[in-house]
Design a protein around this ligand. Structure first.
Ligand SMILES: NC(=O)c1ccc[n+]([C@@H]2O[C@H](COP(=O)([O-])OP(=O)(O)OC[C@H]3O[C@@H](n4cnc5c(N)ncnc54)[C@H](OP(=O)(O)O)[C@@H]3O)[C@@H](O)[C@H]2O)c1
Length: 246
């Protein structure tokens, strides 16, 4: 089965990479099931996709709740009969140096960026195993490969996601379950808005606007991976803006 007609759940679909990917996949004929916390943004996206003759449904989902993640994934099966792809994309990036002791933000990053991905895997795996296959994708990051001052905890969550997804690949390849991470460098999205350290926030905003990729660039990479034949498992796409050094 190619991308067309696949049933694809996307978390963090209300803005940025998730939103652009929802539009791209629905535009190619996939049935998309969208989750995030902001209902107004999800409703607007669903109506835009429908106006363009695409198929989309949405449900308010906080990925820190295992129950809500399971309910979103179960919705895909009850509405469209199966689950072909889970795209665990929700994330946040309140970066700061460790000595600032923003412990609540560290906890949030762990809850959303790591545990959110695990809850997605927990809900999708039994369905995909029963179906005889599927694909699980997570948005990782260049920060899943390198750490800088400011990014210790954020990069830690993305290193963890890379590790978990590789473990998933090894365990589930025999069950025809493909796993992949997409690892972007700077992308022009709303991600900077979760940074509370003002100087870091401004610097991040400036560099994303100066050189950042567009969310659509990441959507293209995700669509490419989903569109491969079942025997081809793309396991990572790492993409940086050409002018990004590290
Ligand atoms: N932008 C970059 O430079 C960059 C680079 C590498 C990797 N990434 C990764 O890309 C992914 C998407 O980020 P983005 O750049 O597209 O930023 P974004 O525009 O801020 O999108 C983040 C998405 O995550 C959702 N989200 C946040 N907390 C959530 C929660 N508790 N439950 C459910 N959804 C939640 C947000 O929706 P609600 O607020 O409506 O819940 C939003 O839809 C993240 O995993 C991020 O780490 C981004």
């Amino acid at each position: 089965m190619s991308l067309k007609d696949k049933v694809i759940v996307i978390t963090g679909a209300s803005s940025g990479i998730g939103e652009a990917t929802a539009k791209k996949l629905a535009g190619a004929g996939a049935k998309v099931v969208l989750g995030a916390r902001r209902k107004d943004r999800l409703d607007k996206l669903v109506s835009e996709i429908k106006q363009a003759n695409g198929q989309a449904i949405a449900q308010v989902t906080d990925v820190t709740s295992q129950e809500q993640v399971k309910s979103l994934i179960d919705l895909a099966v009850s509405e469209f009969g199966r689950l072909d792809v889970l795209y665990n994309n929700a994330g946040l990036m309140p970066i700061s140096e460790l000595h600032l002791l923003k412990v609540t933000e560290w906890e949030k990053m762990i809850d959303v960026n790591i545990k959110g991905v695990l809850y997605g895997i927990a809900a999708a795996l039994p369905i995909m195993q029963k179906q005889g296959g599927g694909q699980i994708i997570a948005t990782d990051s260049v920060a899943g490969h390198v750490v800088h001052p400011n990014t210790a905890v954020y990069a830690g969550t993305k290193f963890a996601v890379r590790t978990i997804m590789e473990g998933l690949r090894q365990e589930e390849s025999q069950n025809n379950i493909r796993s992949m991470i997409v690892s972007p460098g700077a992308v022009e999205t709303e991600l900077y808005s979760t940074i509370t350290d003002e100087k870091t926030k401004q610097n991040t905003y400036n560099s994303e606007r100066e050189i950042g990729l567009k969310a659509e660039d990441i959507a293209n990479a995700v669509a490419y991976a989903i569109d491969q034949p079942d025997n081809v498992s793309i396991n990572e796409i790492l993409l940086r803006p050409t002018k990004q050094q590290m």
